[in-house]
Design a binder for this molecule. Structure first.
Ligand code: SF4
Ligand code: SF4
Length: 76
């Protein structure tokens, strides 16, 4: 997955979508995408358990999350 920090509003919809689908619960702490404020920008990293299902991207209202070509790629 690729996260575009410049477009991210920090709404955490991606985390809610991921945790709901994979863990059956809307809980950012159970998400496979980890969001972190660095200065004025929100950065994202992906746990090894991320299966590139791209549900986080589908639920991002700002187009800040994108499936990476080839899969398995982790970027901030
Ligand atoms: S690609 Fe799927 S598993 Fe990975 S962070 Fe997004 S919703 Fe979660
Ligand atoms: S859903 Fe999109 S805008 Fe909201 S925190 Fe996640 S990447 Fe950022």
């Amino acid at each position: 997955m690729i996260h575009h920090a410049e477009s991210c509003a920090g709404c955490r919809n991606c985390q809610l979508a991921c945790s709901l689908f994979h863990e059956g619960e809307c809980n950012p702490s159970l998400s496979r995408v980890v969001l972190e404020m660095r200065g004025v920008a929100m950065t994202a990293s992906f746990l090894p358990e991320c299966d590139e299902c791209a549900r986080c991207a589908a639920h991002c209202p700002y187009g800040a999350m994108e499936a990476s070509k080839g899969g398995g790629e982790m970027r901030r």
